[in-house]
Design a binder for this molecule. Structure first.
Ligand code: ZN
Length: 256
């Protein structure tokens, strides 16, 4: 990248709370030296390029919980940090039926270069953050924040929020219970995505082998289109996490 802008951002790295927040699709930035590839400008504002609103929610949560927040400052159109490096969706050639010509016919060297510049340092930073906290005797829990589009491939999605989880339900159950207490909400349980859709990579990679409590949150992006909505959702999620905290400490210590 020709500009001096790091592809990985770590905010509040010394946050003393037990949670670590990651926001894989926080940014729609195309670094300068990829611009000539010709990404469609109008697509860059949409969910095709990033998760609109997710960074605002993550930042607010980071402040509320005094949690480190990590995110890649590069659009998922360049490389998707929430996919394994051998996935066919790591660098998409089409999104929602729309071709991404910039990614057609990439050489193995070009793929490797994107992995080295963005994907690897992002995951190294998450790894280092979790290791430091475990070494310091803090039992971390990992929270991944995403947003999804209200209409996908012509189909409306009824859920305001979706809780995505694998075998570890320690945090997922708190969210499901807490959110379902509001009868006005339609809560997706492994909807609109589930780990089988290959969307659980970051959480599984970092929390899975260490036995850390973890969950992935998907918020419908029309709920968090402005700062008011982002703060409101972060406050609701933060309350649930604060309530879960005393119970999680023991569980993750044991697993660490
Ligand atoms: Zn996402």
């Amino acid at each position: 990248m020709s500009e001096h802008r790091s592809p990985v951002v770590v905010e509040n790295p010394k946050g003393a709370g037990p949670f670590v927040i990651v926001c894989d699709h926080a940014s729609n930035r195309i670094p300068d030296d990829y611009r000539s590839f010709g990404y469609a400008k109008d697509a860059l504002a949409t969910h095709i390029a990033w998760d609109p609103g997710a960074l605002g929610v993550s930042r607010r949560l980071s402040a509320l919980l005094d949690a480190p927040l990590l995110w890649p400052d590069v659009s998922r159109l360049v490389i998707d940090c929430n996919r394994p490096t051998d996935s066919s969706n790591l660098i998409v050639v089409e999104s929602e039926g729309r071709p991404v010509p910039a990614n057609h016919n990439l050489s193995p060297a070009q793929r490797a270069e994107r992995i080295q510049r963005v994907h690897a340092p992002y995951h190294d930073a998450i790894d280092a953050c979790l290791r430091r906290r475990l070494a310091a005797g803090v039992a971390p829990a990992l929270i991944a924040i995403h947003s999804f589009t209200p209409v996908y491939l012509g189909k409306s999605r009824p859920w305001e929020i979706g809780i995505v989880f694998g075998e570890d339900r320690r945090l997922a159950d708190d969210f499901i219970r807490g959110l379902q207490a509001d009868p006005a909400l339609t809560v997706g349980i492994n909807q609109p995505y589930a780990p089988a859709d290959q969307v659980y990579y970051t959480v599984q990679r970092h929390a899975g082998p260490r036995g850390l409590p973890a969950v992935m949150i998907e918020i419908r992006n029309d709920e968090i289109g402005d700062e008011g909505g982002q703060h409101q959702w972060a406050n609701s999620l933060g309350k649930i996490l604060v309530a879960a905290e005393p119970r999680l400490g023991g569980a993750s210590h044991a697993a660490a």
